[in-house]
Every structure is written in structure tokens, then in C-alpha cells.
Design a protein around this ligand. Structure first.
Ligand code: 2M8
Length: 460
């Protein structure tokens, strides 16, 4: 293994004034994206509320403003379906129809009996980071009584969200949750999903004409290809015909995958749910049992001993997807991940798959294997560095005592933002920013990193 920590990647030394200035800029981004009761990920590209974005945003916001952090999560849960499913988008009725595709007219959630009255949403979900976010909001709160009341209001909704995943998304009883669409993964355009999308046959005439609006707000070279979009739309239309009935979505097996990222977050949140249950005088036991099941599912079904790495498991082909992505590092979020597995993740992050030879200026952590077929340094989820996946891995590394690598990831986060602003994603080599500008989770998670660092700098 090579010497870790090329100079440009080490933990960035920040003067207090620089830290405060960066934090003020981050807060200004969040304030500009605030819409009265929630935050848009981006004013141009994503003008509604997104599910896992809301969780990241609440985590960062809780460092500076308890009330808005709570509001962010409570607003998102107004979109929850009676099945417990938390949709991946809650639409803002004030936003014109041609501001985002696919919008509410495409999803037609109001035709589904389980959707919430008077709130238009998508019909699929996203990684369940919300219980963890709620716990973070509570733990940073200055008004503890208000934070406890917030947890009491949210707890049954969070529990229903998890019960939906356990009850409907685990057809094989693996203890894991399966996703039915790349949009559910959060890493929509990752090469991880290529083979499954290629396998989809779109019957002639089944795809209505549609207009992409994303390429009006971002360079087409940064965004998914038209061929990928056709497949996303085809899957969503097939689900719409079934009124997004989970049983049908799972049974069809059009796209049905158990990814490490989704499930590691699910586990991390289930552990948070146990803590929340304790705080609100509910039973923590069922959540600890559920967490154990998810942990066993991850270790039994997603660990590939041959490659020494976690891999997504495809329920259609019954095979693991043998590709390396940042997704594979997420089981570090489990505090009880067996040490040899945690060690294998760290070794892989330091290998040429994610870390080019010393001397080449680069930033951690590319979203996809630098040596893999399909790697693209600028295209959405196919290689660029994303601050949310960096932040998740950073938290996981710290939890496992891997402070050197955590410091390098933190250094990359700070340098990327200093060089290129609050972008949606960044070139792992040139630091150039891509996708949207003034992107909310980039700003929010920087606030968390800076606050963590300030807390550590304070004398005990
Ligand atoms: C991206 O996904 C949306 C679809 O949900 C899109 O491309 O239109 C992804 O990066 C996703 O993870 C994220 O939640 C969303 C909003 O930031 O954008």
C-alpha cells in the first residue's frame, strides 16, 4: 500500500476567520434556497423538495438554526403515503409545470388512494436517512424541550417509513430493502445500474414523447444520457400504471436491487430510531431487532468474499453486481461492522480504484471506480466527487477510528468548495464544479463538517 495523504489532500488547516467566512457562505446558500417551510436542492435544476436532500439539509441546518431544521423534516413527512412510503419528491404547487421533469402531472400521485390528500408527490422512495437526521437535529438543539416535542411528533412517521421498507421491500426475507428504480438509489446514473437498464426492453410505442428540462439548467455532458432517461421514464410509467403498488413493483422485477448505500443508511437510521424511541418513551427493542436483521442481511448477502468488498445484489439475476463504487464503503456507517470488513473498505479506498498514484492532484472520493469501465470524471454519478457521499464515508471512517483517511476526505471537501463553490459535484482530478450551482446539501454538510471541527478545537 502507498503512503497516504498527498499534500493537496491532507486535512485543511483553517483559521477561525476562514472557517467563519466559509460557514457564512454556506448558510447564505441555504437561506437563498429556503422556500418558507423547506429547502430546494437547487433553485434552477431541482425546484421542489427531495427526500434524502431534506435529511442532509436538516443535518447541516441543525448546526445553525434548529427551527428550520425541524421544519425541513416535518415538511417532507407531509408527503408520506398511508403505506408509510416516503416519496422521493414532494412537489411545490407554486412551481410551474415546465420547471422540472418529471413533475406532478407525470407522476399523477393524486390517482393513488395511498397518497396524501392535497400534496402532490412522486411514487417511489429514496435512502431513508431521516431518522438519523432527526436524531442529529435533536442532539444539536439549543431548545431541548422543543426538540423533544419534535421527536415525539416525528417518531411514528419515521417508524412507519421503516415498517414500509421491512414489510414491502424485502421479498426474499434478506433483512434488506430493495430499490425498484435508479432514482431510489440516490445515485441515479451510476454504472452500477447499467446492465439492468440495458436489459430493459421498452416495447415500441410505450414511451410517450417527453421533454427533459434538466439540460436547460446544466451542461448535457454533466447529466444522464437520453438513453438512460428513456429507461428511467419507462420504469416510472410502468409503476404509474400499477398505481405504485409495492407488491406489483417488486413482483414485476423490472429493476430490483439491494444496494449497500441504501441499506447501510437504513441500518444507521434504524439504530437512530432505537435511540429516538428511548427518548420519547417508546420501545427501542423492536428497532434493535430490526437493526440486527439489516446488519445480518448486509453482511450475509452483500459481502463478496472473493473481491473482499460489499456489492449490490440484483434480485432479478440473483447475482451481485461486481463493480466498485463509493456505495461499497457505506457499511462503515454500522458501528458494529466487523473489523476485517472495515479494514477492507479502507484498503480499497486507498487503492487505485479510488485513489490515483501519489503526485497526481486529485480529490476524494470519486463516486465510481477510477479504473472501471463506465467511469466518467464529469458525468452525474459516474465518477465525480459528491459531498453527500464524502460526508457519509467521513462519518463512517471517524466512527471506526480511521482519522487519517477521514481527515483527507474532509480536506477534499473543504478544498473543492473553496476552489469551485457550492456545486452539485466535482471533477476528482481538476476540482472543476459540475451540475447545479449553489447546491443545498453541499452547503449543509460543510456546515456540519465545520461545526464538528470547531467542537474538536475547543479546549475540553
Ligand atoms: C438527482 O436526482 C433527480 C431525480 O430524483 C434528478 O436527476 O432529476 C440525484 O442526485 C438525487 O440523489 C437527488 O436527491 C436529486 C436532488 O438533489 O437529484
Amino acid at each position: 500500500m502507498r503512503e497516504p495523504g498527498a499534500g493537496h489532500r491532507r486535512r485543511k488547516v483553517l483559521l477561525e476567520a476562514e472557517r467563519q467566512q466559509l460557514a457564512a457562505r454556506a448558510r447564505a446558500v441555504l437561506d437563498a434556497n429556503w422556500r418558507g417551510s423547506s429547502t430546494v436542492p437547487s433553485r434552477s435544476l431541482y425546484p421542489h423538495q427531495w427526500s434524502w436532500d431534506a435529511a442532509f439539509i436538516a443535518i447541516g441546518r441543525s448546526r445553525v438554526e434548529q427551527e428550520r431544521a425541524q421544519r425541513e423534516l416535518e415538511s417532507m413527512f407531509e408527503a408520506q403515503w398511508s403505506t408509510g412510503m416516503l416519496p422521493h419528491i414532494k412537489f411545490d404547487p407554486q412551481v410551474p409545470d415546465d420547471a422540472y421533469f418529471p413533475g406532478p402531472g407525470f407522476w399523477q400521485s393524486d390517482r393513488c388512494p395511498a397518497s396524501p390528500r392535497g400534496v402532490l408527490t412522486s411514487g417511489i422512495t429514496q435512502p431513508p436517512l431521516h431518522a438519523r437526521a432527526a436524531l442529529e437535529v435533536w442532539s444539536h438543539a439549543s431548545d431541548r424541550a422543543e426538540a423533544l416535542a419534535f421527536l415525539r411528533r416525528l417518531y411514528p412517521k419515521l417508524a412507519a417509513q421503516h415498517a414500509h421498507l421491512a414489510g414491502w421491500r424485502d421479498p426474499e426475507g434478506h433483512g434488506l430493502a430493495a430499490i425498484v428504480h435508479p432514482w431510489e438509489s440516490g445515485q441515479d446514473n451510476s454504472p452500477l445500474w447499467d446492465a439492468e437498464l440495458d436489459h430493459l426492453e421498452i416495447p415500441p410505442g410505450s414511451l410517450p414523447p417527453y421533454q427533459r428540462y434538466d439540460v436547460r439548467h446544466a451542461d448535457a455532458a454533466d447529466r444522464p444520457s437520453d438513453a438512460a432517461y428513456d429507461r428511467y421514464v419507462y420504469l416510472a410509467i410502468s409503476f404509474r400504471e400499477q398505481r405504485y403498488d409495492d407488491r406489483a413493483l417488486i413482483e414485476q422485477r423490472l429493476f430490483c436491487i439491494e444496494p449497500p448505500l441504501f441499506n447501510a443508511i437504513y441500518l444507521w437510521s434504524e439504530l437512530a430510531l432505537a435511540e429516538i424511541a428511548r427518548l420519547v418513551d417508546a420501545q427501542e427493542g423492536p428497532h434493535l431487532v430490526a437493526a440486527r436483521r439489516i446488519r445480518d442481511g448486509i453482511v450475509r448477502n452483500l459481502w463478496d468474499p472473493e473481491h473482499g468488498r460489499f456489492l449490490a445484489h440484483d434480485l432479478r439475476t440473483k447475482r451481485r453486481i461486481r463493480k466498485a463504487s463509493v456505495d461499497a464503503a457505506m457499511p462503515l456507517l454500522d458501528p458494529e461492522l466487523p473489523e476485517p470488513m472495515a479494514g477492507a473498505i479502507v484498503d480499497e479506498l486507498r487503492s487505485p480504484h479510488f485513489d490515483p498514484p501519489a503526485g497526481v492532484e486529485h480529490f476524494l472520493i470519486p463516486s465510481y471506480d477510477l479504473t472501471g469501465r463506465g467511469f466518467d470524471r464529469r458525468r452525474y454519478w459516474r465518477g465525480p466527487v459528491w459531498i453527500n457521499t464524502d460526508w457519509l464515508v467521513w462519518r463512517g471512517l471517524r466512527q471506526h477510528g480511521e482519522h487519517d483517511l477521514a481527515g483527507e476526505v474532509e480536506g477534499s471537501v473543504v478544498r473543492l468548495i473553496e476552489r469551485s463553490g457550492f456545486r452539485e459535484y466535482y471533477d476528482p482530478f481538476g476540482a472543476q464544479g459540475y451540475g447545479s450551482q449553489d447546491f443545498s446539501w453541499t452547503a449543509a454538510l460543510l456546515l456540519d463538517v465545520l461545526a464538528t471541527r470547531a467542537g474538536e478545537a475547543r479546549p475540553a
